[in-house]
Design a protein around this ligand. Structure first.
Ligand SMILES: Nc1ncnc2c1ncn2[C@@H]1O[C@H](COP(=O)(O)OP(=O)(O)OP(=O)(O)O)[C@@H](O)[C@H]1O
Ligand SMILES: [Mg+2]
Length: 287
């Protein structure tokens, strides 16, 4: 874990930012929602940011369907984007952007209340496929998450679009931790390695590997075998079990918090603890 001074946005007096990434369908959104609610239950002030254009996080957090569907993503609020970046969404290249928009009011204006006191900010289509695109939405994402000044006890958890193509600087800037989710398949492990390398290059100090939907120890052993020699990319490795209860409540995670404890929830609780402990270590390294 290196001491990256840059990684904590100027003005931050504490708090932490965690980005969740990985291959398609491995459980990123489910895990982001569970972690957001677990941290909120532990007393953290949590902002969950949905940076995936598919916008599933509201449903996962357990917002009523009608409310989730009525959400207007930040990037679709053209007037707001223009006001803050100086360019209209979809305007493309060559526009004169104001690069450091003050967006600290974005959460107050566009955040919505989710269960357990989590605040949700839905970005909408924030990333264009063009490499290096300095489109307004992209600027908006980076600017939004970096403009929010965090105090101790405040956390941002960001769910992202599947794959590595979109995992660029705008997504990673200012994040102290990356949770890279895989399932036990060879493809998901390969994607996790790619994302982890990118996350390292982008200077994220702490990188967790989460192997989700594990049904038996042999699966985890195979993942470990595939990672042989590259374990150093990850600061911690966690396994989350396959759990029918996740599917029963799909897409909402609310049911996991009711009744008897779910195996998935218990394992996610250990991950949440690791994230909180890692934050303390990163803060010491950076000071
Ligand atoms: N541990 C688990 N046990 C059983 N089912 C799970 C588990 N984790 C996730 N799922 C199920 O897997 C499916 C995919 O999960 P999720 O939508 O969270 O993945 P994702 O990585 O966000 O997908 P996408 O790449 O499309 O955004 C969902 O139906 C979810 O309920
Ligand atoms: Mg998702």
């Amino acid at each position: 874990m290196g001491g990256h001074d840059e990684v904590r946005p100027a003005g931050d007096a504490g708090g932490f930012r965690v980005v969740v990434a990985g291959k398609g369908g491995v459980g990123k959104t489910t895990l982001t929602a569970v972690l957001a609610r677990l941290l909120a239950r532990r007393g953290f002030t949590v902002l969950a940011v949905d940076a995936d254009p598919q916008m599933n996080l509201a449903h996962a957090l357990g917002l009523p369907a009608a409310e989730a569907e009525a959400l207007v993503p930040l990037s679709r609020n053209a007037d707001y984007v223009e006001e803050k970046t100086g360019a209209r969404p979809g305007g493309g290249w060559g526009q004169l952007l104001r690069l450091n928009p003050d967006l600290s009011d974005a959460v107050d204006r566009f955040g919505v209340a989710a269960p357990d006191g989590v605040r949700l900010l839905v970005m909408g289509t924030v990333l264009q496929p063009a490499v290096g695109c300095l489109c307004p939405e992209n600027t908006l994402l980076a600017a939004t998450v970096n403009a929010l000044v965090l105090r101790p006890g405040e956390a941002i958890l960001m769910d992202t679009q599947a794959g590595v193509e979109h995992f660029g600087r705008a997504l990673a800037r200012g994040f102290q931790q990356a949770i890279i989710v895989a399932d036990p398949s060879a493809n998901a492990t390969a994607t996790a390695l790619q994302v982890a390398r990118l996350a390292r290059q982008l200077g994220i100090p702490a990188i967790h590997l989460v192997v989700n939907r594990v049904r038996e120890p042999g699966e985890l052993a195979r993942v470990d075998a595939r990672l042989a020699g590259q374990e150093g990319l990850f600061d911690t490795r966690h396994a989350l079990p396959y759990d029918e209860r996740v599917l029963e409540g799909d897409p909402a995670v609310s049911g996991l918090f009711e009744g008897a404890g779910s195996a998935f929830l218990e394992a996610a609780r250990r991950l949440a603890r690791a994230v909180v402990e890692t934050e303390a270590e990163v803060a010491i390294c950076a000071s």
